[in-house]
Design a protein around this ligand. Structure first.
Ligand SMILES: C[S@@+](CC[C@H](N)C(=O)[O-])C[C@H]1O[C@@H](n2cnc3c(N)ncnc32)[C@H](O)[C@@H]1O
Length: 411
């Protein structure tokens, strides 16, 4: 009988912050087989938790990471960042400190360096790039990218700031590359890095990292990131990672169709000031298309009351509503799937989200995974546990849709 790898999955989830999907568990299983060399699971666990095993542990944690990234990823958000955050900061004339937390292979660091240059920030400004994966950090240090990766970089910047080395791709020019620093760092562990000049970071960009985290790891990481922000600093998450729970340390700022987070200003309580809410749907998201499988009439998630923190189910429901909006606005399928998985992690009985996930997997040709989701949705519906989703299909229509999908896929 195969060994029970559950303690290893638990270790990987705890030390990486990730809520492991089925694919990630499969990747851990493969990596463990390569690592254990016949050792029993208990001995491997002991090794991984020891100082000697630290490198192997990082390798194992990296095996579950999704490194997908791009130069100028989410241009609308970056435009808002440049206009409303970087340019005003640059006008102060002091060198700025930025941090790309979870920088993957360096595309985000290069993007920030280019944006700083365009915003005419002081030339002593720096960008720190950190990632859990040593391999990703090593790649990132090269600041060299394929021609395809450069497709979204505005032509003027591309021509001015990249040069081609024979066969190696396009490398960022040394005058900008010299402003980058890299280090391996795990966001679920302390200590957190400091800017080179000390103090705190003016901007921390942590996009498409927390979306894979468990709610507990997300909560803790947000707190630690907030501690590293300058009082007038800005935290940037991806559009798919809204901070749903009101927090004492961060408040939301909506600008130019994007939203950012800032350290909460200490102010006197005022009777007329509105209650803090961290849930801020993107104002620029176009109205969802009613006929598309991933879309629905614009959802109206019930806003969490400031007195009572939302339950995980309410959080899941709110996240589902946002994921649908962004899917309709053209968000990447991988991120939509992760968003749906996260919503389902919080609210497993959200049959409508389960059905959407099934549709998405089916559209991507993942028949077996799609069947699993449809079956789970149906079990929840037939067991009377389905959470009502007023903005979506009612349970009867959903039941019919799931049955039709099973027939369609011959399951
Ligand atoms: C999908 S990539 C995002 C890259 C980039 N931020 C972007 O949005 O294009 C996620 C990155 O987060 C890193 N990561 C995952 N868990 C992490 C952790 N606990 N600490 C630091 N980095 C982590 C992964 O190794 C991966 O490179």
């Amino acid at each position: 009988m195969a060994d029970d790898l559950e303690p290893l999955f638990e270790l990987v989830s705890r030390r990486s912050g990730s809520a492991l999907s089925k694919q990630q568990r499969d990747r851990v299983t493969q990596a463990v087989e390569a690592l254990r060399g016949g050792r029993p699971v208990g001995a491997l666990l002991e090794h991984l938790e020891s100082r000697r095993g630290a490198k192997d542990l990082v390798g194992l944690l990296s095996a579950v990471s999704v490194h997908k990234t791009d130069l100028f990823r989410d241009e609308a958000q970056l435009e808002a960042l440049e206009e409303h955050v970087l340019k005003p900061l640059a006008r102060t004339g002091r060198p700025l400190s930025l941090w790309s937390a979870g920088c993957s292979t360096g595309e985000e660091v290069a993007t920030l360096l280019l944006l700083l240059e365009r915003a005419q920030a002081d030339a002593r400004s720096t960008v720190l790039g950190t990632d859990l994966s040593t391999m990703a950090v090593e790649r990132a240090r090269l600041l060299t990218f394929s021609g395809e990766a450069l497709r979204r970089v505005p032509v003027g910047l591309r021509e001015r700031f990249f040069f081609k080395e024979s066969g190696a791709g396009f490398t960022l020019r040394p005058e900008l590359a010299a402003r980058a620093r890299f280090q391996q760092h795990n966001l679920v562990e302390q200590p957190y890095p400091l800017p080179e000049r000390g103090g705190a970071f003016d901007v921390i960009v942590c996009r498409n990292v927390l979306i894979y985290f468990t709610p507990e790891a997300t909560d803790r990481t947000l707190g630690w990131l907030a501690e590293r922000l300058a009082p007038d600093g800005t935290l940037v998450l991806s559009a798919a990672e809204p901070v749903l729970k009101p927090r004492e340390d961060l408040e939301t700022r909506r600008v130019g169709g994007a939203f950012f987070y800032e350290p909460t200003r200490r102010r006197e309580p005022s009777v007329s000031s509105p209650p803090p809410s961290s849930l801020t749907p993107r104002p620029s998201a176009p109205a969802p298309r009613p006929s598309a499988p991933m879309s629905a009439p614009t959802p109206r998630p019930s806003a969490p009351s400031p007195a009572a923190p939302p339950t995980p189910e309410q959080e899941g429901e709110q996240l589902f509503a946002l994921v649908l909006e962004w899917a309709a606005a053209g968000q990447d399928d991988d991120e939509t799937a992760q968003g749906l998985r996260k919503a389902l992690y919080l609210a497993p009985n959200l049959a409508a989200a389960r059905y959407c996930l099934g549709r998405l997997l089916e559209q991507r040709g993942l028949r077996n995974d799609a069947l699993t989701e449809y079956r789970r949705a149906l079990a929840v519906l037939q067991g009377g546990r389905a959470m009502p989703t007023p903005f979506f299909l009612n349970p009867e229509r959903l039941t019919a849709a799931c049955r039709a999908a099973l027939v369609r896929l011959g399951g």
